[in-house]
Each structure stands twice: as structure tokens, then as C-alpha cells.
Design a binder for this molecule. Structure first.
Ligand code: NAP
Length: 287
């Protein structure tokens, strides 16, 4: 398949490697070109902007950072919608706003493209291992057509309904992660203060009913003083803001998620630690 990929950062780069491994032809663009060089070494072709990617490929994936970046790659001066996209498949893998997914869908539909919002979960390791969970909304026929491609980098792939449903599922996921990340952090802070052996605590708690993905994957990184991303805390704060804004529109109050957002605001906005992984939250207690 002729695949285009825009955004070759932590997640996008690893997904591209899996797509190349599966034998797809790949055209790539990233704001910082050097982050795509390993892909070009393996046969991917560089394009000067998103528009050029969309000219070459039949299926165009986007995986950029923030909703403003998504706006830019679709609607910007050299964006995807500058191209005649009729018959093409446009898939946004970025964690972004459900309303923006609907706007891209509506624009694409008018132009004859099949549009999907397909955010993922499973972290940098899931992307490397091709075992991501993919939550899809948008054009159902398009989803059926792309199932095999999703299988090249995902293990659990689910269709949820109309445009924005993938993003709403991802927001539900992030509301859960707000609990596991704050739980992991406060558990370690408490256990250390109580003088416990922290690696024993992780092993034991992780084998009981408090077991969860954050604990298994980020607990050991914290004990090794490894705060590299993984998953940037600035991106997690973005997700918590989208989740809470969307909840507000639905007239829902989510006090625990609000508290998690406040903690990540302190870390990212006040302490300027947004480029650390989400496990860096513990730095609010441990200097
Ligand atoms: P990342 O490493 O920052 O990757 C994003 C890439 O998009 C960067 O390389 C960035 O370029 C590029 N980009 C941003 N705006 C662009 C634009 N206008 N045109 C072209 N390229 C642009 O972040 P990531 O960890 O891969 O995360 C990507 C998305 O996936 C985020 O929305 C995140 O919330 C979500 N996500 C992440 C994880 C995870 O564990 N990492 C898991 C699930 C979902 P530069 O290189 O110039 O910055």
C-alpha cells in the first residue's frame, strides 16, 4: 500500500518502522527532518510538507503533538486538504479533540475522502512492538478497508462509531490513566517515607489487585531515575484538558481528573518539566 506518514516522533517513528517491516511503500514528513532519517535509511521517501505526502500516498496517517498541530497539517498553507483527496484515506492517530476529528471528517467527506480518528494506547513500547490498542471513529467502510494496515502496528483494534468516537474513547482511557499515574506516584512517595524497599513494593503490589500498566511500565523507570519520555507530560496535560473540556460540555464533573490536571499543571507549567515522561510527576515530591 502507498502510505504517507506525517509526524515521526516517539510514536510515529516506531509505527513507521513497523509499516516498513510489513512491506508498505512509505512517504514521510516531520517538522524536524532528522527524526525521519532512520526511516529514509530503510527506504521511506522524504516529502517537503504534508501536502506533498498527500499527493503521493493513498493512505495518509498523521501523528503530531497537539490539536493545533493537527489543524496545521490538515488545514494549513501546505496541508493535506490542499490536495484532491477524493478516494484517499485520512487517519489521525494523534490524541486530539473529538470536535476537531468531526471537522476533519466533515471536510474530507465533502471532498470524497474517507476519514478516521484513530488515537492509540500502549506507549512507546507498544509502538515499538507493534502491539498498540487503536480506538477508531469515523467512516466504517474506511475502517474495514484499513483493518489489515492497523494490524501492522496494533493488536487490539476497535471501531466505536461516528467521527470523534475514537477520540472520546481515548479520553475515557486518559481519565483512567490520570488515576493510575497519580496512584503510582503517591504510592511510591508513601512507601519511601515508610522506609520500605521500593522494588519489593512494586513487585508485590503489581501482583495484587492494584496491578496496572502504569505501575508495571513506569514504576521501574522511576526507581532507575529514568524520566525520559515515553509519554511526554506536556502531552498528558493536553489530554487531561481535552477530557475535562469535553466533560464540561457534557455537563459532567470529574473531580479526581481535575485534581490530576492540577498536579500536571504544576509539573508542566510551573516547574517547566513538560518534556519529561509522565512518570516525572514524582518530582513534585522527590527533587
Ligand atoms: P512527539 O515525539 O513529540 O511526536 C510528535 C511529532 O510530530 C514530532 O516529531 C513533531 O515534530 C511532529 N510535529 C508536530 N507538529 C507538526 C507539524 N505541524 N508538522 C509536522 N510535524 C509536526 O510525541 P509522541 O510521543 O510521538 O506523541 C504523538 C501523539 O501521540 C501525541 O498527541 C500524544 O499525546 C499521543 N500519544 C503518545 C503516546 C506515548 O506514549 N508517547 C501514547 C499514545 C498517544 P518535532 O520533531 O519538530 O517536534
Amino acid at each position: 500500500m502507498k502510505i504517507g506518514f506525517i509526524g515521526t516522533g516517539v510514536m510515529g517513528n516506531a509505527i513507521c518502522l513497523n509499516l516498513l517491516q510489513s512491506g508498505h511503500e512509505l512517504w514521510v514528513y516531520n517538522r524536524t527532518k532528522s527524526k525521519a532519517e532512520n526511516l529514509m535509511d530503510r527506504g521511506a521517501k522524504w516529502c517537503a510538507n504534508p501536502q506533498k505526502v498527500a499527493e503521493q500516498a493513498d493512505v495518509i496517517f498523521t501523528m503530531v503533538g497537539f490539536p493545533s498541530d493537527v489543524e496545521d497539517v490538515y488545514f494549513g498553507e501546505h496541508g493535506i486538504f490542499k490536495v484532491a483527496v477524493k478516494g484517499k484515506y485520512l487517519v489521525d492517530l494523534t490524541t486530539s479533540k473529538p470536535q476537531l476529528a468531526q471537522k476533519i471528517y466533515a471536510t474530507g467527506e465533502k471532498l470524497g475522502a474517507k476519514v478516521l480518528d484513530a488515537p492509540v494506547s500502549g506507549g512507546d513500547l507498544g509502538a515499538k512492538n507493534g502491539t498498540l490498542t487503536i480506538m477508531v471513529g469515523g467512516d466504517q467502510a474506511g475502517f474495514n478497508k484499513l483493518k489489515a494496515v492497523f494490524g501492522d502496528f496494533g493488536k487490539q483494534v476497535q471501531y466505536f462509531g461516528p467521527a470523534g468516537s475514537g477520540q472520546n474513547t481515548k479520553m475515557a482511557n486518559q481519565i483512567m490513566i490520570a488515576g493510575t499515574m497519580t496512584g503510582l506516584t503517591e504510592m511510591l512517595v508513601y512507601a519511601q517515607q515508610a522506609g520500605l524497599d521500593l522494588s519489593k513494593v512494586l513487585k508485590t503490589v503489581g501482583a495484587g489487585s492494584a496491578a496496572n500498566w502504569s505501575l508495571t511500565n513506569y514504576g521501574p523507570r522511576i526507581l532507575k531515575n529514568d524520566y525520559s519520555p515515553g509519554f511526554f507530560s506536556k502531552h498528558f496535560l493536553k489530554d487531561l484538558r481535552i477530557a475535562l473540556d469535553t466533560a464540561k460540555e457534557m455537563k459532567l464533573d470529574l473531580p479526581a481528573t481535575k485534581q490530576a490536571k492540577k498536579l500536571y499543571e504544576t509539573m508542566v507549567d510551573k516547574q517547566q518539566l513538560g518534556d519529561l515522561g509522565t512518570q516525572g510527576l514524582i518530582k513534585l515530591w522527590w527533587q
